[in-house]
Design a protein around this ligand. Structure first.
Ligand code: SF4
Length: 356
């Protein structure tokens, strides 16, 4: 079965910016552990399509783990903005600094050593060990879970089935080319054994697939019904000074969106919190609300806007010059707030001679 999968992978491997494909591998090209690790951290909870552009920008700005370790925290958080799950970016920096500072710039090769690094859990350790170092590790992401559940007709719902699916993936991992094998199963899940309509007719594992034989493949893996997410509410305060500077603040390192730049606001709670503006001003509520969904709750944000005089002194946050402001440096929910509010501000008046 693994031989058929390998033959399929040699012909159909996805072309990914962080991947050393089977032809290059056969020609002796070794994957760069830094690029493998970076891609795996970015891919946690995020799709390949969303990650590609971020990966290319990161590796252009910081081509080695040493370069990333030396980067400014704010610059890394700004480049990460929009990818979500910001604890990943903070751990990314921590890990880069351990590898560059304590390990001479070399990532360790074993799963156990990799797991000891910040931000690297079991899955990422297995992926880096297998893909970067060709170790026989069982790499089990959502795609692999689906393929295993179908191949072996595992009827137990997730997440309870995880240990069994991991054991099955480990059993299937060959001694020869385990890195290619891990990527082959992932690719098969992403392109052939897809969630709703597996293309069994073109699948290299068709002959040995118990789920397909039993006619239950599209219904696998079974999942426990999702819990209903609560709705939390909050207020975001968008203030712009008459010279075009925006009032922004960096969120505390700990907690949701930790370390990211955003608009000052209230806590996000159920029921709605009390208003607590960051500066005395003539605040006006904007029509509509910003909606955003996090892993554990839906957020509804009311947005208040105010224009501030040049001598305004905020209780929190700091002004960011209009020319230096980058919408892209905000996490997605804060971009939504910006988009709702920015159109309501009048154009910046310029004084004769080009000054503000
Ligand atoms: Fe998935 Fe069908 Fe292949 Fe089985 S035969 S692994 S269900 S695509």
């Amino acid at each position: 079965m693994t031989a058929a999968l390998r033959t399929w992978y040699l012909r159909h491997a996805r072309d990914l910016p962080w991947r050393v494909g089977p032809a290059e591998r056969a020609a002796g090209v070794r994957p760069d552990p830094y690029r493998v690790w970076l891609s795996e951290i970015m891919l946690q909870q995020t799709t390949v399509a969303a990650v590609k552009g971020y990966f290319e920008r990161f590796t252009a700005l910081w081509p080695t783990v040493g370069a990333l370790a030396a980067a400014d925290d704010g610059a890394v958080m700004a480049e990460w903005a929009g990818l979500g799950y910001y604890a990943r970016a903070r751990n990314l920096l921590k890990c880069a600094r351990v590898v560059a500072g304590d390990l001479g710039g070399r990532f360790p090769e074993t799963e156990a050593e990799l797991r000891a690094l910040p931000g690297i859990g079991s899955y990422t350790a297995a992926a880096v060990a297998a893909i970067a170092f060709d170790r026989p590790a069982a790499v089990v992401d959502g795609n692999v879970e689906r393929v295993m559940a179908r191949l072996f007709a595992v009827d137990t719902p997730l997440p309870g089935a995880k240990p069994l699916l991991t054991a099955l993936a480990a059993r299937l991992t060959p001694k020869a080319h385990p890195g290619d094998h891990a990527q082959a199963v992932m690719d098969l899940g992403a392109t052939v054994c897809t969630p709703r309509r597996p293309a069994c007719g073109i699948c290299p594992l068709l002959g040995g697939c118990a789920g397909r034989a039993a006619g239950i493949a599209p219904d696998l893996p079974r999942k426990r019904p999702k819990a209903v997410k609560p709705v939390r509410r909050g207020i975001a305060y968008v203030a712009r000074r008459v010279d075009g500077a925006w009032l922004l603040e960096t969120r505390p390192d700990k907690g949701l969106l930790g370390g990211t730049l955003g608009w000052p606001g209230t806590a996000w709670t159920e029921p709605a919190p009390d208003a607590a503006p960051p500066v005395a001003a003539d605040w006006r509520p904007l029509g509509g609300e910003v909606r955003h969904t996090f892993t554990h709750f839906h957020l509804r944000l009311a947005v208040m806007a105010a224009e501030l005089p040049l001598d305004a002194v905020p209780d929190r946050g700091a002004f960011v010059d209009g020319a230096a402001f980058r919408r892209d440096a905000l996490p997605t929910v804060m971009r939504k707030v910006h988009d709702l509010a920015s159109a309501t501000f009048p154009p910046i008046e310029r004084l004769p001679g080009g000054g503000l």
